[in-house]
Design a protein around this ligand. Structure first.
Ligand SMILES: *Cc1c(COP(=O)(O)O)cnc(C)c1O
Length: 486
């Protein structure tokens, strides 16, 4: 997709690929969607895929693959050790990130598990631009503490700041001054900050973080899972990178970090993960744990077919015309919703379009999980599955007290090259309808609440029979039976 000029009418994002394999979708009638949501305990993670029309839960492992990725999967070299497939992946990762060493792991959180086990000691701190659910859980389980030192602009729902994912350098310095560098395990930078709307950091900011870390002998660990979007935004928005290729920007970022890890469910459009570094000592320490937790060093828990797909996918990620597809679709959706008055996070980021549930449902307190309620209501009204990214995605503190999230968001992920523009228009239509009927939406409460990462499996119920009211209104406004049997 490129920025092609249109002669008649508004410019729309134009796909630079064609669809050659399709998967049939179901759109259930709203009454059945209501039933499915109730059965899923008002948790969109627990819905069954045949009940879902547009799956915007995540971009993890569900991006469309290219013909070249599929072709590469057919040539995988299946051997436990010494696999040629691994050699190809190893060479590609080290080329792209410009590092000496690469270790394969089965997905992003597996990298977080080993890195936290090795480098997070009890009562140490991990400063970061923003946390991600699994990153934080692994740090906390190893006795560490997460300190988020984002810039003030990061939590503003509407902003023009091009790099809301930046770390606040003064806060980093102050944190080190107060606690001492020896109390800090490492500094974590997350590309395309997942939980605050897929917002990027700038290369300049990373250069500044590097300076501070050098002054205090601290390591930078980069979470590159959402690097593709971040690369696109840097190329678009950062003066010093205008003339650089995507690969040059990738290497410049990697060279500023001591350890880079990624989920290849996102980066590389496959299913897997890995850690790369130039630090031999760190490499040796991590390497020891791979056969224990992941698998032998030439597959790390991944299938050889997926490794082939990742190798090709990583190379394709270096193509600006490939990585701009999702951000441009997200910008289209966000801008159209904003025109209709729906509260969304701006500027549009990567990963997905983010609804601001606090403003959308400003009649609900955070303890009634407005983002969870909105995700449930949206599924009922549209068959679209989004993800709660608010208080439900946090966990209670040691005393059992709710940790209220900074933001209550419903994330509508944009799996790369999966949806067409008319499907996005359907989503915009139903979200707008829901916004006009937002007062009908009530809160949620837990029925069964797991202690760790409760948003995955927890089940909830409504605090009134608001879903009935929503379905009644939908029938009044959209008729008994529409063309699509919905
Ligand atoms: C998805 C994600 C992870 C975890 O990766 P998995 O492959 O799902 O385990 C870590 N960090 C960020 C920023 C992510 O988006």
């Amino acid at each position: 997709m490129s920025e092609v000029k249109f002669f008649y009418g508004d410019a729309v994002p134009l796909e630079m690929h064609k669809v050659r394999i399709v998967q049939k979708l179901n759109l259930l009638p709203i009454e059945q969607r209501q039933e499915a949501m109730e059965k899923a305990g008002y948790n969109t993670f627990l819905l069954q895929n045949p009940d879902v029309f547009m799956d915007m839960l995540t971009d993890s492992g569900v991006n469309a693959m290219s013909d070249k990725q599929q072709a590469a999967m057919m040539q995988a070299d299946d051997s436990y050790a010494g696999s040629e497939t691994f050699t190809r992946l190893d060479e590609k990762v080290r080329e792209i990130f410009d590092t000496e060493y690469f270790l394969p792991l089965h997905q992003g959180r597996a990298c977080e598990n080993l890195l936290s086990k090795l480098f997070v000691k009890p009562d140490t701190i991990v400063p970061m631009n923003y946390h991600f659910t699994t990153s934080k859980a692994h740090i906390v389980i190893n006795g560490g503490k997460v300190e988020e030192i984002f810039i003030d602009e990061a939590l503003k729902i509407n902003s023009e700041h091009p790099f809301k994912g930046n770390m606040d350098i003064d806060k980093l310095k102050a944190l080190i001054a107060i606690n001492g560098a020896e109390k800090i395990s490492y500094v974590r930078m997350e590309a395309g900050t997942n939980l605050i709307g897929g917002q990027p950091f700038s290369l300049e900011n990373l250069q500044e973080v590097r300076q501070v870390c050098d002054d205090h002998g601290l390591m930078i660990v980069l979470d590159a899972s959402l690097l593709a979007d971040n690369l696109y935004f840097i190329k678009e928005r950062e003066e010093q990178c205008k003339e650089m290729t995507i690969k040059e920007i990738t290497r410049a970022i990697s060279n500023l970090c001591d350890i880079t890890y990624f989920s290849a469910r996102k980066l590389g459009n496959g299913r897997g993960g890995g850690i790369c570094t130039n630090n031999k000592e760190a490499y040796m320490k991590i390497r020891e744990l791979i056969p224990l937790y992941e698998g032998f060093l030439t597959y790390g828990g991944m299938s050889v077919r997926e490794m082939e797909a990742i190798t090709v996918g990583l190379e394709e990620t270096m193509d600006e015309n490939m990585i701009n597809q999702a951000p441009q679709f997200i910008a289209y959706m966000t801008n159209e919703l904003q025109k209709r008055g729906v509260p969304v996070i701006t500027p549009p980021g990567g990963l997905g379009c983010h609804l601001d549930a606090s403003a959308f449902l400003d009649h609900l307190p955070q303890t009634k999980y407005p983002a969870g309620a909105l995700a449930a209501a949206l599924y009922i009204a549209s068959g679209i599955r989004g993800m709660e990214r608010g208080t439900l995605s946090e966990q209670r503190d040691e005393d059992g007290i709710e940790e209220l999230a900074h933001m209550e968001l419903v994330r509508l992920a944009m799996p790369r090259r999966v949806f067409t523009l008319s499907q996005i228009k359907y989503a915009i239509d139903r979200i707008t309808w829901l916004y006009e009927n937002r007062r009908l939406i009530g809160g949620l409460k837990f029925v069964e609440e797991p202690n760790v990462l409760r948003f995955f499996f927890g089940t909830l119920t409504t605090d009134s029979n608001w879903p009935d009211a929503l379905v009644d209104k939908y029938r009044q406004d959209l008729g008994k039976v529409c063309n699509l049997f919905c």
